[in-house]
Design a protein around this ligand. Structure first.
Ligand code: PRP
Length: 219
């Protein structure tokens, strides 16, 4: 057992996967097979390094890792917090930096201050609940949406939203603003709990190389 086994990576599809693959390339974790964007293949292998990679919907990455279908996952802190899976978070990749915020029109600031019973639209009901109930001790009604969250206060579905703010452009263009900051976010590496023990040497080697690269880049 051990060294003839593949280490499997689950990467959150989209912007994050692109950035992650660039970083991996820099430290010699390569997968040429993955560069063919016209391919419909779902899983890619580097036979020499005994590595496998697959792309998954971000919210599914922690699930693959908890069950050990992937040894390692690269996914946003937002998804890790929201999914609440049993796994180890081992490294901050310091890329994809953004913030989880309570946003809305300026007029909603007053409602927040006075702990009014407001409606909160979000793709992240668990993060929103934890923030309002446990941190702010404020009762709110949480409405789960699946995208274009900024629409909610504009069309009157909710007073505020809990959502990711990166450049702030989406808010600005829709007359909304950050009212409160919930937490900073970035891409993280997560590891299956059993893999961490059984494949300790190989996984630690990957973590060490990644950490060195990230520290040097952010020095
Ligand atoms: C995210 C987020 C905001 C936007 C923030 O949405 O939900 O809408 O990006 O970025 P900005 O501050 O740079 O404007 P995404 O594009 O991922 O799609 P979604 O609306 O389907 O969630």
């Amino acid at each position: 057992m051990g060294n003839d086994r593949y280490i499997t990576f689950a990467l959150a599809k989209g912007r994050l996967a692109k950035k992650t693959l660039q970083i991996f390339e820099e430290i010699g974790i390569t997968c040429d097979e993955m560069k063919d964007e016209s391919s419909r293949k779902l899983i890619f292998t580097n036979e020499d390094l005994k590595l496998r990679f697959f792309l998954a919907k971000a919210t599914d990455v922690p699930t693959y890792v908890e069950y050990g279908a992937a040894d390692i996952g690269i996914v946003g802190k937002d998804t890790i917090l929201e999914e609440g899976r049993k796994l180890y978070e081992v490294l901050d990749l310091k890329t994809g930096n953004c913030k989880m915020c309570v946003c809305g029109p300026q007029s909603a600031k007053e409602l927040l201050m006075h702990h009014e019973l407001i409606r909160v639209a979000t793709k992240y009901p668990n993060i929103a609940k934890d923030y309002f109930y446990n941190k702010k001790h404020q009762t709110v009604e949480i409405i789960k949406l699946n995208g274009s969250i900024e629409l909610a206060p504009i069309v009157g579905l909710s007073e505020v939203i809990v959502d990711i703010v990166e450049t702030g452009a989406t808010l600005r263009e829709n007359g909304l603003t950050v009212l409160e900051e919930v937490c900073p976010l970035s891409a993280r590496m997560v590891v299956n709990e059993v893999s961490m023990k059984m494949q300790n040497e190989r996984i630690n080697d990957i973590i060490t190389r990644l950490r060195k690269y990230i520290d040097e880049k952010n020095a």
